[in-house]
Design a protein around this ligand. Sequence first.
Ligand code: FMN
Length: 195
Amino acid sequence: MNKLLVFYGSYRADRMGIRLAHYMVRRFSERGSDVELIDAQAVGLPMLDRMYKEYAPGKAPPAMEALARKIVAAEAFLFVAGEYNWGMQPGLKNLTDHFREEWFWRPAALATYSAGRLAGARASYAWHPTLAEMGMVAVPSTIGVGQVSAALDVEGLPTGSGGEALDKAFDKFAAVLDWWADAAVEQTARKGPPY
Ligand SMILES: Cc1cc2nc3c(=O)[nH]c(=O)nc-3n(C[C@H](O)[C@H](O)[C@H](O)COP(=O)(O)O)c2cc1C
């Protein structure tokens, strides 16, 4: 049972990507993962001032401390990322920038979405090098959901042809992330991280 954190970072009142985040939480927990949604808006970190590691031990704000512990304990990460002006959503980027070493040595997958047909492909492009720079292994299997409000209902259940395509893509996507999570767990137990 892999410990998976699902990150989502829109702060908009009428946000749509939360549907995909709920879908991912449900599907991964049905597969047997121990999964938790990390909703950046609910966590409510401020605009980046000090990173977690820049606080003296025990002095970070409680929400940051709690999240740092969850990130360190996780075995895999999933970023549910929308696209704003061909780039990343600031709420999700702001949350990730608070941490660094806490992300190391685990795999991360990307599930992007958008209102249009391109499914957040440009946000996926933007996130890949960033996840790698933050010390994660960005896995090669990705999911993209176009016309997100038609593909998922308010509960995150798949609808129409978009929902069908998402369901079809999910199993392989999840299997790849699980495989890398298992690999990281085993290698960490066998050898530990190189530094
Ligand atoms: C500021 C802003 C910029 C956007 N830019 C893009 C874009 O570059 N490409 C795209 O496909 N959709 C774009 N959209 C539409 C989003 O894909 C759509 O609103 C989506 O639901 C946003 O995610 P959220 O609802 O989870 O916040 C943009 C939306 C906003 C609010």
